[in-house]
Design a protein around this ligand. Sequence first.
Ligand SMILES: [Mg+2]
Length: 412
Amino acid sequence: MKVDRRGFLKTLSMLGAAVPVTMKQGSGTASEAATRQTNADGEKPTDRTAGPRIKSIETFTRGPVGIVRVCTEDGAEGYGQIAPFNADISATVLHRQIAPSFLGRNPDDLDVLVDQCIEANYKFPWSYVCRALAGVDTAIWDLRGKREGKSVCELLGGKRRAIPAYGSSMRRDIKPAEEAERLVRLRDAKGFRAFKIRIGKVCGHDHDEWPGRTEELVPTVRKAIGNDVSLLVDGNSCYTPRKAIEVGKLLEDNAVCHFEEPCPYWELEWTAEVAAALNVPVAGGEQDNDLAQWRRMILMHAVDIVQPDLCYVGGITRALRVAAMAAEAGLPCVPHSANLSLVTVFTLHMLAAIPNAGPHVEFSIEPTSWTSDMYQPALEVRDGTVAVPQGPGWGVTVNPAWLAAAERQVSE
Ligand SMILES: [Mg+2]
């Protein structure tokens, strides 16, 4: 999985830091196309295309999560999801700042509409705009799939039916022996062939959750799960480069294959320094939602594995652009999908279709009450893999009872 960093940098320097791929259409690099605003000629492409327009956009918020329904004039509909957490705030942003870019427009122009929406909100960059945009984007992908009788994966040209899962622990309050014990139990019950554990402390300034936890946890888990199970770790922005490199040596001694977010994620140079010093592949990007920042991160090779969160980044359309930039640079994509809301469903469809999909999908092992009755069929790990939901759109049905119990708002 480790890529040839020196060769990559040499290629970049020869090309004057341009991305070493020529686009098939038009001018400029594919990376430029991935990040630029597409209506440079000032025309509105939706004015040139026929087809039913978007008539209404509804949000259904309940606890930390919000479902979105997009309907067109002809009665077609699709369901998507706002990024989890503070979904009520995202829903407000959606109706006030996102819906105007989509109402009355043709859903087939999604690629352009997404960019116009970002431009329309240029004073309010990224976080909540992208969180809300993700809801509309993913609902339109569902609508398109249902209209064509294809799954989103099939719309994207994907054929894979199942993806290996890595069991993702979200806990730092757990003692090393207990963590090891529950991972072994899951390995034996569900057939997981990979797990991710949490090291250090969230934004921890080099501190651990308690002194010595990481140094005990990593070898304890490695020994318990066995050498044929992959071990991933997440630092959640804990370390300075010096400390991250020190911890990285411990990880290498324990055959860890993925060192996630070693440094504060906004410190790209720090992360790049760590990635250059270590053999263990460095992963990151789950919080990043600015495509130009993504381009910089990939060009400077801050990470070896890219991890866009399909909801945080603004939906499938924008996540595909991140994956495409990574593919150009020869980097695998292992999206962040740290809960079992629809974000993991979206991620399965994308991983089943992109050429640079990493070896596994993130699958939370924590019980979460707020996702349990949202949609069906529920995702399940069998023999270490999760099936990509089949059927039109996302291949899942949002539970009407869940919607009925949620707070509904509508723009039309
Ligand atoms: Mg993470």
